[in-house]
Design a protein around this ligand. Sequence first.
Ligand SMILES: Cc1cc2nc3c(=O)[nH]c(=O)nc-3n(C[C@H](O)[C@H](O)[C@H](O)COP(=O)(O)O)c2cc1C
Length: 207
Amino acid sequence: MSRILFVTSSLRGAASLSTKVATALVDRLQTQSPGATVVHRDLAAQPLPHIGEDFVAAQAVAAEARNPAQQAALALSDTLVQEVFAADTIIIASAMINFGLASTLKSWVDYLLRAGATFRYDETGVHGLVTGKKKVYLVEARGGVYSDGPAKAFDFQEPYLRHVLGFIGLTEIESIVVEGVAYGPDVAEKAVAGALDKISTITARAA
Ligand SMILES: Cc1cc2nc3c(=O)[nH]c(=O)nc-3n(C[C@H](O)[C@H](O)[C@H](O)COP(=O)(O)O)c2cc1C
């Protein structure tokens, strides 16, 4: 049975294209695998607090010595980490904000990358701990065009997401890009249609 973790992070509510396209992917995967479960981590509706001193200090003290604020910071991180470990399919809907991620998705990453929980270092280097067969789909919406051309160097969304996910062991990553949506309604419509086509290809392959 498939276990899907669906992460959304748009600032644009019902107008969000990343949420729209990613929801279509979730729906199709569920249709293909009727017993699939979906955990929706809606970062826009329930934004995560920024990590801060409590989160960092908590990791440097023994569990029994943690104060309530430190315990709460790590408990939140534990929940988010467990959601990722429990999933076999992770779908992340990401809006490009100022060339990178929405800050709430960045906070999710900050709670997820935790030494001893999702990665570890040894004398040979870093090892991601989120192993097992897991597939990640990134659905990325952008006003401009970054997949090719002069703006490619300013895409701090996809390379960043691929790097941090790979760092913890999630290396099976496929992107579905909805871009150029600020160039006008026709371009936006075509971008969404192209992304939905790609979803059809992906789901047909997975069937
Ligand atoms: C605050 C803000 C900042 C944005 N920054 C960028 C940007 O740096 N580059 C870009 O191409 N589009 C940018 N956009 C446009 C969004 O990426 C675009 O509207 C996209 O569709 C957002 O995803 P969503 O539809 O899922 O909300 C920005 C939009 C907002 C609201």
